[in-house]
Ligand binder design. Structure first.
Ligand code: B1M
Length: 212
């Protein structure tokens, strides 16, 4: 019988091989992909998120745990699609135009995925037009913008302007983050929210989409 506690602990320890084995074992035992996700992988990632928030672990540990999460996700993703398990929300995330920094953005994306969101990562150096067109095309309700350079922060405002000029601002929530970004800046440009780190980004995404 699969031991979800062991799966969580393997994920927290960043043991991708063990997470993969336990996920495979669970699938073989007929455990539903939703249970594997919600009883094994997501609670493990939630512990990492909490420890990261409390400065008990740092970026490398989070990246290693996220890699272990991905090893499990790779096995259950096709099954989730088959079983029609709906993600809790869909987010388009990327680093804004002119900016190539992606470590923080990837971390945020992984934590969102770990919390049950479908994450559409549009990469780095992303123009406002692309954020808007992908969000529309994928029917995502949330757009996440990351910027690490003071010189690229204005592209966040440009993206919000683009939503406005296309008359679709009301259809999307926009959350922003990155080392130079502040709540004050979010207020100034009319973003819906700002998160200082990846764990807070998950809480913010949930609250913006009205997920308890
Ligand atoms: Co560059 N870089 N960099 N860099 N780089 C900084 C950002 C800088 C502060 C270094 C410095 O001078 N002290 C400085 C910016 C100064 C400024 O504008 N204020 C800088 C500069 C100047 C540059 C170049 C211009 C250097 C040059 O070429 N002259 C150049 C620009 C290239 C470009 O983007 N066009 C450049 C290049 C690079 C590398 C390619 C070498 C590399 C990036 C590699 C990569 O990302 N694949 C790099 C790196 C690594 C850094 C530092 C050292 C580290 C950034 C990082 O990954 N941090 C950085 C200095 C620093 O921050 N100490 C620096 C770890 C990461 C987990 O944190 O990204 O803050 P962070 O993400 C956090 C939160 O901010 C938040 O959650 C994350 C997790 O907690 N968050 C969000 C992030 N996005 C979010 C989105 C959200 C919510 C929360 O919602 C959507």
């Amino acid at each position: 019988m699969i031991d979800f506690k062991e799966m969580q602990e393997a994920l927290i320890a960043g043991n991708a091989q063990r997470v993969k084995e336990l996920t495979e074992q669970a699938v073989q035992e007929g455990v539903s992909p939703a249970d594997i996700l919600n009883k094994g992988l997501v609670p493990g990632m939630a512990v990492i998120g909490e420890r990261f928030r409390n400065n008990e672990v740092y970026v490398p540990e989070v990246l290693i745990a996220a890699r272990a999460m991905k090893a499990g996700m790779a096995i259950i993703k096709p099954l989730l699609v088959e079983a029609n398990v709906e993600p809790i929300g869909r987010v388009v995330i990327g680093t804004v135009k002119g900016d190539l920094h992606d470590i923080g953005k990837n971390l945020v994306g992984m934590m969102l995925e770990g919390a049950g969101f479908e994450v559409i990562d549009v990469g780095v150096d992303v123009a406002p037009e692309k954020f808007v067109s992908v969000a529309k095309e994928k029917n995502a309700r949330l757009i996440g913008l990351s910027a690490l350079l003071t010189t690229t922060m204005p592209s966040m405002k440009d993206t919000i302007n683009k939503l406005e000029s296309e008359g679709v601002r009301g259809q999307f929530k926009v959350m922003i983050g990155g080392a130079p970004v502040t709540q004050r800046y979010a207020d100034e440009i009319g973003a819906d929210g700002y998160a200082p780190d990846a764990s807070s980004a998950v809480d913010l995404a949930k609250s913006l989409l009205g997920i308890a």
